[in-house]
Design a protein. Structure first.
Length: 140
């Protein structure tokens, strides 16, 4: 392993430059790479860790480094390894599921709005009340 990769790894770890799951994938690839996506999933005992590879590639911290026969699928696949780069840019989290705390905060804000509307004689529709109840029961 090149010294620059070790330095990048240490800086990323020390400064928390990757989200938790991205860090787990990056660290595993650092210690065990290069790997194919299926090998990564198998070694990390998961089914979707390979999905983080394209995100890490967009951040500049991993790259494809050729093709070879995968030990899991027995097919010719891209293999991935870490780079000597620190992450650049960001990956949007707009499509991620809100946390239970975020749902709770949003529901609390809606309750305040509901109280204000009710006090003003403009209660929410039955449909909105139903959605609020569903969110409360499912996520809170």
């Amino acid at each position: 392993m090149r010294q620059t990769s070790i330095q990048a790894y240490q800086q990323i770890e020390a400064n928390g430059l990757l989200s938790r799951v991205r860090w787990l994938v990056y660290a595993h690839l650092f210690h065990h790479g290069p790997l194919t996506g299926s090998e990564l999933n198998s070694q990390m005992s998961g089914v979707s860790y390979h999905k983080r590879l394209s995100e890490l590639e967009r951040l500049g911290v991993v790259q494809t480094c050729g093709r070879r026969r995968c030990t899991i699928t027995d097919m010719e696949c891209e293999q991935w390894d870490v780079t000597a780069n620190l992450p650049v840019g960001s990956i949007s989290t707009a499509n991620t599921k809100p946390t239970r705390a975020e749902f709770g905060q949003a529901l609390a804000e809606l309750r305040v709005i509901h109280s204000d509307q009710k006090a003003a004689g403009k209660p929410f529709s039955k449909n909105l009340a139903m959605v609020l109840g569903w969110v409360r029961d499912k996520y809170i």
